[in-house]
Write a protein that binds this ligand. Structure first.
Ligand SMILES: Nc1nc2c(ncn2[C@@H]2O[C@H](COP(=O)(O)OP(=O)(O)OP(=O)(O)O)[C@@H](O)[C@H]2O)c(=O)[nH]1
Length: 223
């Protein structure tokens, strides 16, 4: 039976989390990728939000469910629930703010402590349109990414530069990990939960499919 027979509109669901300091542009990267929207006056995220976009790889419909939360410490009482079931993460900093880059070490440690060992991770230097205010050299971030086995892209949520590329590279990497895991298991888990990815007609790990595409999950409704 195919997943369509079960009434699902995707074959695999990947939970991806966005992390990074407040104001680096996480919410705008999410809205640019999922809705092609940008908001110059966006307010700090309160609670947790998510939005989805479905892509096709190898003829399979991959639904990326991307979670966004506030970078501010005072809103961050949800850490372990936020990371639970994530198969990918993007650590975002602002290329014009060196403190946001220096804090990437903290975000990487928090991710490693809370997420699955197999989680695929990308580093994003956002606001590349602010080249005249650049405070973080590209080469420095590239080296940091290589040393920590992270994908690396500089993006602009404002003018869309590399936003699709950054998300698609991460989703592709997750997909390769899932495919490899299935091959290692002789494909016996074709509907299964390689690295925590959930398939509609396989066992659901920590994420259940949602009926609505874009949801807000504030406070008690969250996680
Ligand atoms: N120039 C420029 N500004 C951006 C870009 N992305 C986001 N911004 C602006 O940066 C500010 C913060 O953006 P948000 O997307 O709310 O940042 P955030 O990381 O979600 O912030 P928190 O929710 O507080 O964690 C807003 O004024 C955005 O308009 C970008 O690529 N270029």
């Amino acid at each position: 039976m195919s997943s369509e027979d079960y009434g699902y509109d995707y074959d695999l669901l990947f939970k991806i989390v966005l992390i990074g300091d407040s104001g680096v542009g996480k919410s705008n990267l999410l809205s640019r990728f999922t809705k092609n929207e940008f908001n110059m006056d966006s307010k700090s995220t309160i609670g947790v939000e998510f939005a989805t976009r479905t892509l096709e790889i190898d003829g399979k419909r991959i639904k990326a469910q991307i979670w966004d939360t506030a970078g501010q410490e005072r809103y961050r009482a949800i850490t372990s629930a936020y990371y639970r079931g994530a198969v990918g993460a993007l650590i975002v900093y602002d290329i014009s703010k060196s403190s946001s880059y220096e804090n990437c070490n903290h975000w990487l440690s928090e991710l490693r402590e809370n997420a699955d060992d197999n989680v695929a991770v990308g580093l994003i230097g956002n606001k590349s349109d602010l080249a005249h205010l650049r405070a973080v050299p590209t080469e420095e971030s590239k080296t940091f990414a290589q040393e920590n086995q992270l994908l690396f892209t500089e993006t602009s949520a404002l003018n869309s530069e590399n936003v699709d590329k950054a998300f698609e590279e991460l989703i592709n990497t997750i997909y390769q990990k899932v495919s490899k895991h299935q091959m290692d298991l002789g494909d016996s888990s074709a509907n299964g939960n390689a690295n925590g990815a959930s398939a509609p007609n396989g066992p659901t790990i920590s994420l259940t499919p949602t009926p609505n595409e874009n949801k807000k999950a504030n406070g008690n409704n969250c996680c």
